[in-house]
Ligand binder design. Structure first.
Ligand code: AMP
Ligand code: MG
Length: 410
């Protein structure tokens, strides 16, 4: 049977369950997925405080204050940030106050220093004994009331969120020094092929340098996972078996092979996985990357992508990125998609096609042009691309000017 891309992705996702929760220091939590809902144990702000450098006042004292008729107040205190004033304001009194300092008892507003006759703003200058205020203020002006932003007991962040910089700041504000996050998926990368050479070797006749493990490792990291390199494995059943056992010993959550699972005479991966597990072959209605295999090797989920570098890359984006995010417990993820205008005619074979393209931004909406021939071994055309265009299944021709979906490539 021919599966649609959506069906294949759904099958894969439903076979994977989120990993356990672990608790890590806040400083390491960026990009990790929050494992539990987090509720505030405090009010924010925790106390009413000034939003300006100025003077804490009683608004009623200043009802008639103006530039022409300033009101003179007695300054009875000086409150830097971090200090709680012990005194209280009586009528006719003010206290100098700094941004973030707690509002003293008796005060119900702050007058910014700019609206007074006290203009000396250098550090280290003492508060004056009198201050003239040349405007009125309403009660509550320039005060950030306790609990205004967030009340104790409110839910602040939801489980399944990938923590962003601002979320880390929020957690620090709330005193969450250890954060419950999902464990990062460990993904073993298997590269099989007698033609493959390590990156630091000279080319030899008939051989190529192994590249998929580098591409895929970076994609794994960008999806919140940890790559585990199994290295280059020769095309023999014994070598493949040893390598898969290494993956088991290294306690990985998923094994990702980028070749060796087609029907070639030297594709031993299939047989070895089936000996110790199960493997299903799906024909997915997509291009590139039609053959896709999924199963288990000794209980560990196993995914086989095609070996061609562009097919492996696209297969990862279409299937593995959502799968790893699922393992990492992320909820509500969707890929950023743009609507772009085609600058040239495109022909497709009716499969859901992922085409390499460059986006340009000089019109009312982004426009796209293909990056040359779309052979699935042509990694250079992927390197030149800034997006994948998604041509839906069933479409065989798209004239220039058509609007298509594009996935920007990071
Ligand atoms: P296979 O799936 O083994 O038939 O490989 C399909 C194509 O992808 C062949 O041209 C392989 O040489 C190439 N290929 C397979 N694995 C890799 C790899 N790890 N890095 C680069 N090219 C690869
Ligand atoms: Mg091969």
């Amino acid at each position: 049977v021919l599966l649609s891309v959506d069906e294949a992705r759904q099958r894969l996702l439903s076979a994977l369950t989120p990993l356990e929760i672990e608790t890590i220091p806040l400083a390491y939590a960026g990009g990790r997925t929050l494992g539990e809902d987090l509720f505030s144990e405090v009010d924010l702000p925790p106390f009413s405080n000034s939003s300006m450098d100025g003077f804490a006042v009683r608004a009623s004292d200043l009802a008639r204050a103006s530039l022409e008729n300033p009101v003179q107040l007695e300054v009875v205190g000086d409150i830097p940030a971090g200090v709680v004033s012990t005194g209280a304001l009586a009528p006719g009194q003010a206290m100098r106050i700094m941004t973030g300092a707690p509002v003293p008892a008796g005060a119900d507003a702050v007058v910014p220093v700019e609206d007074t006759d006290f203009q000396i703003r250098q550090a280290g200058v003492d508060a004056p004994s009198q201050v003239s205020v040349n405007r009125s203020v309403s009660s509550g002006a320039y005060i950030r009331p306790q609990g205004e932003d967030l009340g104790r007991g409110e839910r602040v962040l939801a489980a399944g969120l990938q923590l962003r910089p601002q979320d880390l700041g929020m957690l620090a504000t709330l005193g969450v020094a250890s954060v419950p996050v999902r464990r990062r998926p460990r993904v073993a990368l298997l590269s099989t092929g007698d033609e493959l050479l390590p990156v630091d070797s000279e080319l030899e006749p008939g051989k190529i340098r192994e590249s998929n493990s580098y591409t895929l490792a970076a994609q794994v990291e960008r999806s919140g996972g940890q790559p585990v390199h199994l290295g280059i494995v020769p095309d023999t059943a014994l070598a493949v078996r040893e390598s898969l056992e290494t993956a088991v010993a290294r306690d990985v959550d998923l094994i990702l092979s980028s070749a060796g699972v087609s029907v070639g005479a030297f594709d031993f991966v299939r047989g070895v996985v089936e000996e110790h597990g199960v493997l299903e072959f799906w024909r997915v209605n997509m291009r590139p990357g039609k053959p896709f295999s999924f199963g288990h090797f000794r209980e560990i989920p196993f995914v086989g992508l095609p070996g061609n570098p562009v097919s492996a890359f696209v297969g990862f984006e279409v299937f593995l990125r959502p799968a790893l995010l699922n393992l990492a417990g992320v909820t509500g993820w969707s890929r950023r998609t743009l609507k772009v205008r085609l600058l040239e005619d495109i022909a497709s074979d009716g499969r859901e096609s992922y085409l390499r393209a460059v986006l340009t931004w000089d019109g009312p909406e982004p426009a796209a042009r293909l990056t040359g021939h779309q052979g699935s071994g042509n990694l250079f055309s992927l390197v030149q691309a800034s997006a994948l265009l998604v041509v839906p299944a069933g479409v065989t021709e798209l004239p220039a000017g058509s609007i298509v979906d594009a996935w920007p490539l990071a």
